[in-house]
Design a protein around this ligand. Structure first.
Ligand code: 8YV
Length: 412
């Protein structure tokens, strides 16, 4: 058995090793040499959402009989090639549906109710310090470059606030604890990343370890590019989730499970799929743009195929708009990521809850400073219970195949 993905689960590896000769492809340095010497003995591939079996690999394994994936998604497997070669394919449907749907709702709550931001607020000691009212003299130690890049070698940038200005004093009215690992000494910070500016407000930045207000540095208003005002997200005060309209792209097992949960929050549900479903009462939109324009929270819950790649594009994002929230528990490539990043940065989109990214584990660093965004490391199916069930299915399918029994969850 060749495991093509990085080991996704200790129990899976342990159980595979008990039953088969397991090669962990990911940790083999000279893959070409390894394949040359072992290709004839490899009869099964175990993959996941991060790596499966592409045409090139399938071509190199002449005796491959089965691909058993530790995922419901099949986008990393060349199904056409498998079919052509008579290679069986299995995945792990159903067992992870509840987890992924739970997480989608969790992301909605986290973005709207500012859960992660509120947690940072407590951990940073900010809550204890109380609300901010302060009068201080401005220092001007930050350099503003013509292209609106702020640069400092004075330490990690940990705090960004907006202050209302009265004469030479200012009152902090909104704070975003950034705590951003991407911002180290000398990091360039683009102003375009701060989207909440308004002419009546100044941007205040502080450095070093949280909030000694006298350390705050005022940036001259005239130097700051004013972007779209968006003051709807105040510190730990969020937005109501109950009753928000939810649009779902893909109404398969996971999409339906999300809809059921959102219904319990009294959310009106609408959806987009290739063809309208006759067995649901939710409103159907044949166009993704129209679905996005009509809902407050848009969820991506469909499979990744050539047809659904970049299903979230600029037009869809603009239709969702500055008050809309995008939730992606599908796959990174469902979204045109640079478009999403610029929409969030410019305030054309209200917020996002993302479990998946285009090039995992690389996440666009521009998102790290945004407080209306919740970022997760692809943990949709990540509970002990579900991961065990997924592993049991992977192993059960391999055993069934090698014992000439019916597969448990066949795709091909
Ligand atoms: C991953 C997933 O497989 O099921 C899917 O399609 O994306 C996840 O369950 C899991 O995180 C291991 O990569």
């Amino acid at each position: 058995v060749l495991m093509t993905c990085p080991p996704p689960d200790a129990y899976l590896v342990e159980q595979l090793e008990k039953r088969f000769t397991l090669y962990k492809f990911h940790s083999i340095p000279d893959k070409a040499h390894f394949l040359n010497s072992n290709k004839a003995s490899i009869r099964a591939v175990v993959g996941s959402a991060s790596a499966g079996a592409d045409a090139q690999l399938i071509h190199q394994l002449p005796n491959l009989e089965i691909v058993s994936s530790f995922s419901v998604g099949l986008d990393k497997i060349d199904l056409a090639k498998c079919k052509e070669r008579g290679i069986r394919v299995t995945n792990t449907p159903d067992v992870l549906t509840d987890d992924v749907a739970d997480l989608a709702i969790g992301l909605m709550l986290a973005v709207l109710r500012r859960l992660c931001q509120s947690d940072r607020y407590v951990r940073s000691g900010q809550w204890k310090k109380g609300d901010f009212k302060l009068t201080t003299k401005f220092k001007k130690e930050w350099k503003i470059y013509p292209d609106h890049i702020l640069e400092s070698d004075m330490g990690r940038l940990v705090y960004v606030s907006v202050a209302s200005v009265v004469d030479s004093s200012f009152t902090i009215i909104q704070d975003w604890g950034i705590g951003c690992p991407g911002l180290r000494n000398g990091t360039k910070f683009a102003f375009s990343k701060i989207t909440w500016l308004n002419l009546r407000f100044l941007l205040v930045l502080s450095i070093s370890n949280l909030v000694d207000f006298t350390d705050r540095i005022m940036v001259e208003l005239s130097s700051v590019r004013i972007l779209k005002p968006n003051l709807s997200f105040y510190r730990t005060v969020g937005l109501l989730f109950t009753g928000k309209s939810v649009g779902i792209i893909g109404l398969g097992r996971i999409g339906l499970a999300i809809a059921k949960r959102a219904e319990a929050f009294r959310c009106p549900i609408s959806y987009h799929t290739r063809t309208e479903k006759s067995d649901v009462n939710y409103k159907y939109y044949p166009s993704v743009v129209e679905l996005a324009a009509s809902c407050q929270i848009l969820v991506v819950a469909c499979a990744l195929t050539e047809e659904t790649r970049h299903i979230i594009n600029r037009e869809v994002i603009n239709a969702l708009g500055p008050k809309g929230v995008l939730i992606n528990i599908g796959r990174g490539p469902h979204v045109d990521e640079p478009e999403l990043v610029s929409a969030l940065v410019e305030g054309r989109l209200g917020g996002a809850g993302l479990d998946v990214f285009q090039d995992e584990p690389n996440v666009p660093e521009e998102l790290f400073g945004l407080e209306n965004v919740v970022l997760l490391p692809h943990v949709g199916s990540g509970t002990m219970e579900t991961r065990k069930e997924m592993a049991d299915l992977v192993i059960g399918n391999l055993e069934a195949h090698f014992l000439n029994r019916p597969l448990l969850t066949p795709v091909l």
